[in-house]
Design a protein around this ligand. Structure first.
Ligand code: GDP
Ligand code: MG
Length: 441
């Protein structure tokens, strides 16, 4: 994935303060490939890379993370920004009925999304919704919508055989007005690819219905075609938003960026399955992570930048390099671990550290325990902390009393310290905590 590729690119650069133009250039080649693999359309990739390049060159690398992680963060933030804000929801007209036109290619999920949206408006917003199918292409299309409307518990326009889309639209508008519907959703026919007949029909319907929302329904698996589809629909009928379907599958979501880029219109809703309740609001954060395929690395970097006390971390890593990790270091380490949401929290975000993670789980590091452990360490003398081997049976009893714990707990802590020492040796081999984080990507 992108993260590991970037780590490779930047391995040799570790320790530099500022991202140079050359570094960024190398990274951009990887990002280009990653975006293309995520199905972002080529012209969009080009613009995106140019935008990131501008932002990244000259950026200072936060001390506790690697340049690779830094670039991933910049790319991710830029991507999130381009994908648009959260909460770009469906807008309802001041005076009902709100008319919504659903458009898109055949099989993109228009009919399903129409029913999902109707259900959502009824259940969540308490709206009275009318569904109408203008699909006279496929024989069973109108019936399909009727069945889905029943499942969604909303009304559908009675089917009249032989009517053309414009006539059906006129009838739907009349019914919606006469019967006091809040929302009318017009589900249209698709084609396998864009053709003039389809567009002409849509334009006629649009002119008659004057929709408040014109939504392009598009399959998230659409690759390079997404740009053309979105551009033409937007040029011909004017979109207000996009519904991205089939995000429950393994689509990486590059189409979201492509379509947003060429239309400038927000992704308003995301289809997450075939069932009628599988419709969600759009979260740019989630799609950005999915496009870049990088798990939680971004939040890890954010957390590391916020909470690791850099000087403290460096002091510690110097000590580790010398090979001494005493109980005072353990105490400092325990405190940092608490700040970062527990050792499990840190390591859980990194792929490929399963073994160390298991050791830690066995060592039983947990926040409540950490508080008690700090108390135990506080009850030791300075000498004992620096040289745990001094701590014999009677000292253990004294420390337990002083910290309000049991001798067994003191024993456990000392054992754990030894385990941590071992672990630190492992980490040292991997180049310290910093190296571990860098490698984890
Ligand atoms: P239309 O031709 O654009 O009206 O497409 P349909 O609404 O008839 O959907 C085509 C197929 O895609 C149907 O089998 C739907 O159940 C399925 N579908 C639609 N949206 C989603 C989605 O978000 N996830 C999944 N997995 N399937 C979907
Ligand atoms: Mg349909």
């Amino acid at each position: 994935n992108l993260s590991s590729r970037l780590t490779k690119v930047f391995d040799r650069l570790k320790g530099r303060g500022v991202l140079s133009e050359e570094d960024v250039g190398t990274a951009m080649r990887e990002i280009r490939v990653a975006l293309l693999e995520a199905d972002v359309a080529l012209p969009v990739v080009k613009d995106f890379v140019a935008g990131v390049r501008e932002k990244a060159v000259g950026q200072e690398v936060v001390k506790s993370i690697s340049p690779g992680q830094m670039v991933v963060k910049i790319v991710h933030d830029h991507l999130k920004e381009l994908l648009g804000g959260e909460g770009d929801e469906i807008r309802l007209a001041g005076s009902p009925p709100t008319v919504m036109l659903m458009a898109g290619l055949q099989g993109s999920g228009k009919t399903t999304s129409s029913a999902k949206l109707a259900r959502r408006l009824r259940a969540r917003d308490r709206k009275k919704v009318l569904l109408a199918s203008l699909d006279v292409q496929r024989p069973a299309a109108q019936h399909q919508l009727e069945v889905l409307a029943q499942q969604a518990e909303v009304a559908s326009l009675p089917i009249v055989q032989g009517q053309q889309p414009v006539e059906i639209t006129r009838r739907a508008l009349d019914t919606a007005r006469r019967e006091g519907f809040d929302v009318l959703i017009l589900d249209t026919a698709g084609r396998l690819s864009i053709d003039e007949a389809l567009m002409g029909e849509l334009v006629q319907v649009r002119d008659l219905a004057q929709p408040h929302e014109t939504l392009l329904v598009a399959d998230a698996l659409t690759g390079q075609d997404a740009v053309n589809t979105a551009r033409i629909f937007n040029e011909r009928i004017g979109l207000t938003g996009i519904v991205l379907t089939r995000m429950d599958g393994d689509a990486r979501g590059g189409a979201a960026l492509s379509m947003r880029h060429v239309t400038g219109r927000p992704i308003k809703l995301v289809g997450m399955g075939e069932k009628l309740d599988a419709l969600e609001a759009f979260h740019p954060e989630r799609i950005a992570s999915r496009i870049l395929d990088m798990g939680d690395v971004v939040s890890l970097v954010e957390k590391a930048a916020e909470t690791i006390d850099k000087d403290e971390a460096e002091k510690l890593s110097k000590k580790l390099q010398k090979g001494n990790f005493d109980l005072e270091d353990m105490r400092a380490q325990l405190q940092q671990v608490t700040k970062m949401g527990g050792m499990g929290g840190i390591l859980g975000k990194l792929p490929g550290v399963g073994k160390i993670k298991k050791q830690i789980a066995e060592a039983n590091i947990d926040e409540r325990i950490i508080v008690r452990q700090c108390a135990i360490i506080d009850s030791m003398t300075r000498k004992e902390r620096r040289n745990p081997r001094l701590i014999d049976g009677s000292r253990r009893k004294r420390i337990a009393r002083g910290s309000g714990t049991e001798v067994q707990e003191v024993n456990r802590l000392l054992k754990q310290h030894r385990q941590m020492q071992d672990m630190m040796k492992q980490m040292k081999k991997a180049g310290g905590l910093k190296g571990l984080l860098g490698r984890g990507m």
